[in-house]
Design a protein around this ligand. Structure first.
Ligand code: TNX
Length: 576
């Protein structure tokens, strides 16, 4: 039995605790539209409504209040579970499962203040507690899980550690938002009773971060991985090279990073990942069941490489560094054998550094390379990737090149059909869908969004959410679709807070398209569930855009942000 932790009252739920400090009512009134010029009567009414909103406890989390929506939810109102201070987490004797149990404990300890020891499932069973069970139930697939909440205990069952991990993310969302607090909160930690059976719709659920236009250090990338993990993403695509910067150290071509990584858009500081940095990112992602897909963009978008090695340039002359945002002007010489040595060396080192199955070769916007030359170039690079034992991914512009076993095209167009892509799919290619007009998270939300682009239109939350990957491209058989990916290009994105502002709240919309069965799809339900995440992000110190389409809880009832720590980096099995 643990001693009671010292806890602060939950500012999200002041009833039964001490009142929130300061004058939140006054603040809420000031924030209410139209109150600055209202009559005394209107002001009093507004004050009353604001006070009621502040004093009402937040509605309890319901079993179905999960993003992405689970496949099956069966609530049982009589089976709510109150987490006890002496809860023990019992887990199957498997190192990967044990790591998930430790991650769960690490998620719950700060806010609850409970010790939450992790023990082997074969240890004598106390009543209650949380159990993580690995089973050979093949119905759950590679990533599915079952969650059972009863008055007596909580059990997550899965066939894999990845399934247990996704179940843990669901469990996290079923606790009150205060669970995101870094310091103990006085709270009855109640989980809604019932069962969830959950499996992903698609095997590929990704996001892309462009670290080339602006460079983001390792800790920023780890934070993005934390956000992906919350929403059951399983791929992080890193756009590692572009005209403005080369961001990964390549031992056999050292000037790529040293020279080509020195700058960024608008003269911002450059930078690059050492191979140790990159391995750290890959390992942190793997601990969260996310695979990193590295991209070396070829043959275009290569100005940074050309600044470092003139021999790769078609005219043999190194261009100056580029800090603008135009595209399509640069390319490595497709007629030079040295170019293919360079590609083989770079992809060879990346293949060794990346345990995942995929290498992304870019292929977009090589406007200056004639179509025939381009297709032969892509075919050679596809061959290099195959020779490394990896599966090639490219932007959909690589479609005209001959088929290569398993090749994957990433669709980023804005049209609803594309005969060249359809033909490549007919020849065997698979698709990842990143339609610019729905999934591009560098698009502005609305005309007033201070950063971002609008070439693919404005992408508000509803636009990010309301499309169907299975039917999006006419003429493409739904079986060819591997999943979805949300790219964030960073020409105008310079800080972690700006990354978060562009990702949230749209990232969960893409997550739901990738994970949830179509039968659960519905804008009204989604925006209501999404609204509950605002207080979670705020409590965790995560920036987000307060999209007016989402019925966020009143700002005054949300506590001030804290400085965010990373989720625990190393996940070590329990000692002893
Ligand atoms: C197009 S999408 C690009 C990128 C830009 C992006 C800006 C794609 C494969 N290429 O080079 O950053 O638009 O939205």
């Amino acid at each position: 039995m643990s001693s009671s932790p010292v806890t602060a009252p939950d500012p999200l739920d002041p009833v039964g605790g001490s009142p929130v400090g300061g004058s939140p009512v006054g603040r809420a009134v000031r924030e209410m539209p139209g109150t600055s010029t209202g009559t005394a009567g209107e002001l009093a009414g507004a004050a009353e409504r604001a006070a009621a909103a502040l004093l009402a406890p937040p509605p309890p989390v319901r079993l179905g209040d999960v993003v992405p929506a689970p496949e099956q939810v069966t609530p049982n109102a009589d089976a709510d579970h109150l987490l006890a201070a002496d809860t023990v987490i019992r887990v199957s004797a498997d190192p990967a499962a044990l790591a998930v149990a430790e991650q769960l404990a690490a998620l719950l300890r700060p806010a609850t203040g409970y010790p939450l020891p992790v023990t082997d499932a074969t240890a004598p069973a106390p009543t209650g507690g949380i159990a993580l069970d690995l089973t050979d139930d093949s119905d759950l697939g590679a990533e599915g899980y079952r969650l059972d909440v009863t008055a007596d205990g909580v059990r997550i069952t899965a066939g894999t550690a990845a399934g247990l991990f996704h179940g843990v993310q669901t469990l996290r969302q079923l606790l009150p938002a205060a669970v995101e607090s870094a310091t103990p909160v006085s709270k009855r930690w109640i989980l809604p009773g019932g069962s969830i059976l959950d499996r992903p719709r698609y095997p590929h659920r990704g996001a892309m971060l462009d670290v080339a236009r602006h460079f983001f250090g390792v800790t920023d990338v780890l934070r993005v991985i934390d956000h992906l993990a919350r929403y059951k993403f399983n791929r992080l695509h890193l756009h590692l090279t572009d005209d403005q910067g080369w961001r990964i150290a390549i031992n056999s071509w050292p000037a790529l990073a040293a020279v080509g990584g020195a700058g960024a858009v608008g003269g911002s500081p450059g930078g690059h990942y050492t191979q140790a940095d990159y391995r750290r990112i890959v390992a942190y992602a793997a601990d969260r069941h996310i695979t990193v897909i590295p991209e070396i963009d070829l043959p275009g978008h290569t100005n940074a490489a050309l600044t470092a090695y003139a021999e790769l340039a078609p005219d043999g002359v190194a261009p100056p560094p580029y800090t603008g945002t135009e595209v399509g002007f640069s390319y490595v010489d497709p007629a030079s054998e040295r170019t293919y040595d360079f590609i083989a060396d770079v992809l060879g080192e990346l293949a060794t550094l990346s345990p995942g199955q995929w290498l992304h070769i870019g292929g977009d916007e090589a406007f200056k390379v004639p179509a025939e030359v381009y297709a032969r170039f892509v075919e050679r690079v596809q061959g290099i990737v195959a020779g490394l034992g990896k599966t090639v991914v490219g932007w959909h512009q690589i479609a005209p090149a001959a088929h290569a076993d398993g090749r994957i095209l990433q669709w980023w167009g804005t049209a609803g059909d594309d005969p060249v892509t359809t033909e490549a799919v007919r020849r065997g290619a698979k698709l990842i869908l990143s339609p610019g007009n729905h999934a591009y998270l560098d698009m502005k939300y609305d005309p007033d969004t201070p950063i971002g682009h609008d070439w693919a239109g404005l992408v508000d939350v509803r636009r990010a959410y309301d499309w169907d990957p299975a039917t999006h491209l006419t003429g493409v058989c739904p079986d060819a679709v591997l999943g979805v990916e949300a790219p964030l290009w960073t020409e105008s994105v310079t800080t972690l807070a700006e990354i978060e502002f562009m990702l949230l709240p749209r990232l969960p919309a893409i997550a739901e398209l990738g994970w949830s069965p179509r039968s659960t799809h519905g804008w009204d339900g989604f925006r209501r569930r999404l609204a509950g995440h605002g207080p979670r992000w705020t409590t965790a110190g995560i920036a987000f855009h307060r999209s007016p389409e989402v019925p966020w809880p009143t700002p005054a009832s949300i506590p001030a942000p804290r400085t965010p720590p990373l989720d625990q980096e190393a996940t070590r099995p329990a000692q002893g």
